[in-house]
Design a protein around this ligand. Structure first.
Ligand code: FE2
Ligand code: FE2
Length: 186
């Protein structure tokens, strides 16, 4: 058949290329953007998510007060979401040929959001609202950064962003419920 040969040689070319660039990770050489920069950014996203896991988990356990039960449940729910985000980001770093950095040393420095503990219920809610807003702003920028150069990473970040917006909304509602008025403009 006339077109069998080019088809086979195409496959061979692809395979040869894949073999030659095994060290570049699962995606090979057709990555549209700067892969090193992408990995570096995602390491920071991973750290951000891990700090959020730690902060929400601590708050879910340590929150106290007469009306804390619903808030604790919400913190706990968010901690689970943040852990899922961390895992998805770590998987993506791995696909891009990087090694996801879970090292606790320097974690707070790599993270965009801050760790905090202590304070009354309203202070805890406010800290989480601030952290969510930082994450939302950061991830919106990243959606624009990845754009069409890396649609897979962009789509992942968009999915995470949607959840962070819901988290921010939840924290805002809790703040209003427990303080009677919003401390920050919604
Ligand atoms: Fe998250
Ligand atoms: Fe969040």
């Amino acid at each position: 058949m006339a077109n069998e040969k080019p088809f086979l040689s195409d496959i061979k070319t692809l395979r040869d290329r894949a073999r030659q660039h095994l060290e570049q990770g699962a995606l090979g050489t057709n990555y549209g953007g700067d892969v090193r920069k992408a990995i570096e950014i995602l390491q920071s996203v991973l750290a951000t998510e891990l700090v959020c896991v730690l902060r929400y988990t601590q708050h879910a356990i340590a929150a106290h007060g007469i009306s804390s039960e619903g808030v604790k449940a919400e913190f706990s729910e968010h901690a689970k979401d943040e852990w899922e985000h961390a895992q998805a980001v770590a998987e993506r770093i791995n696909q891009l040929g990087g090694e996801p950095n879970f090292n606790p040393e320097g974690l707070a420095t790599r993270s965009a959001s801050q760790y905090s503990q202590g304070g009354n219920l309203v202070e805890l809610i406010r800290e989480n609202l601030i952290a969510e807003r930082i994450a939302v702003d950061h991830y919106r920028e990243l959606v624009r950064y990845f754009g069409n150069d890396d649609p897979s990473t962009r789509v992942m970040i968009e999915g995470i962003l949607k959840v962070e917006e819901e988290h921010a909304d939840d924290m805002h509602d809790l703040l209003v419920a427990h303080e009677g008025r919003p401390m920050l403009n919604k």
